[in-house]
Ligand binder design. Structure first.
Ligand code: UT7
Length: 331
């Protein structure tokens, strides 16, 4: 496809629930310790949604901040893509609910299911729509409330997740703009679809008393197998875009990877041979918020002045599917 226009990130925002669950709180729920969680994952606390809080509530708060940062009006948005696996309802899409909350209609709004790689997938889609001239300002959100589909009896998974939303406005770049999306690589390996799965609630195992009793509506994960795949697949996605753009890793100003485990982030950094100081990490405060980790970390790093206008940023993620992907952009 020939590129008619370039896409850029023109604004970001994030939102997390007020309630904080610490590792010490988790010690009272399952057989675990603060020490185990910190040393094996890098997490200290996470934010968890209240009974009445749903994905679109967090996503809407994050969106208002992103719209303000982009300096646009609600009505300038011409597409909404929400990356989530824990939306308000199985259907309709959470994107349509956000559209309603913003008082908008008359343009496409849809959700993308790509697990923790969701925001990278959604941004790649937005990039295409901007580049071919179809859209000018696309709202792309990564949002999850995984703590509502967590098995609180399984210490192998319940300590890992937190809730949150990261919103981005992906806009058409001006002709002289240095900010732009440069490249992106997406992939999936469906042979491992069953390693990370919510087994019930779809057409394979519809909701029933039995499915609820057996906890089949909660996250099932084979953590060890995912761990190995994570480093390999994110490295591949990063390596492809670096090579395709004739870039050395030293030219990257910042690396933001999916925040699933500090050891995964460090292992990827080491394999890429990137300076530790260039790797953005916030897992200790929010834990794994799935599709929201990257837009949340991006928003924080822009707002606290770490990432500056003109910086070259490499983003990488992996997740259920198994999906993986990277995105290279100049902020
Ligand atoms: O978002 C995308 C998908 N998610 C991920 O990327 C997660 C990827 N996986 C991981 O991050 C890690 O595999 C985990 C953090 C889930 C687990 O860490 P691990 O170092 O792979 O631990 P393990 O599963 O090999 O378990 C080691 C030991 C086991 O005990 P034994 O068999 O050695 O006696 C577990 O029973 O740690 C035990 N264990 C725990 N102990 C205390 C597992 N969970 C806990 C816990 N507290 N919460």
């Amino acid at each position: 496809m020939s590129i008619k226009y370039y896409a850029k990130i023109s604004g970001t925002g994030m939102s997390v629930p007020e309630k904080v669950l610490t590792n010490f709180d988790l010690e009272k729920i399952v057989d675990t310790t603060d020490e185990w969680i910190r040393t094996r994952t890098g997490m200290s606390e996470r934010h968890i949604a209240s009974k009445n809080e749903a994905a679109s509530d967090l996503a809407y708060n994050a969106t208002l901040k992103a719209i303000e940062a982009a300096n646009i009006r609600n009505k300038d948005i011409d597409m909404i893509i929400v990356a989530t696996i824990s939306g308000d309802h199985p259907f309709p899409s959470t994107a349509c609910i956000i559209q309603q909350k913003l008082g908008l209609k008359g343009f496409p709004a849809f959700d993308v299911s790509a697990g923790c790689t969701g925001w990278i997938y959604a941004s790649n889609i937005a990039k295409q729509y901007i580049e071919n001239g179809v859209a000018e300002n696309i709202l792309v959100i990564g949002v999850e409330i995984l703590t509502k589909i967590t098995n609180w009896k399984d210490r192998g998974t319940c300590i890992l997740f937190g809730d949150g939303a990261g919103a981005t406005i992906i806009s058409r770049a001006g002709e002289r703009d240095i900010s732009r999306f440069i490249d992106s690589e997406l992939s999936a390996d469906g042979t491992h679809y069953d390693l990370l799965i919510q087994q019930a609630g779809g057409s394979r195992i519809p909701a029933s008393n039995e499915s609820v009793g057996e906890n089949l509506h909660t996250v099932y994960m084979e953590g060890n197998k995912i761990f190995k795949n994570a480093v390999r697949s994110m490295y591949h996605a990063c390596d492809v875009v670096l090579k395709r753009n004739h870039l050395d890793v030293h030219s990257i100003d910042w690396l933001i990877t999916h925040q699933a485990n500090l050891r995964i982030i460090q292992a990827l950094g080491k394999k890429l041979k990137i300076d530790d100081k260039k790797v953005i990490v916030n897992i200790e405060k929010y834990a794994n918020t799935s599709s929201a980790t990257i837009p949340m970390a991006l928003d924080e790093a822009i707002r606290n002045g770490k990432i500056q206008h003109g910086d070259l940023v490499l983003l990488a993620s992996f997740g259920a599917g198994l999906t993986s992907g990277s995105l290279l952009l100049r902020i």
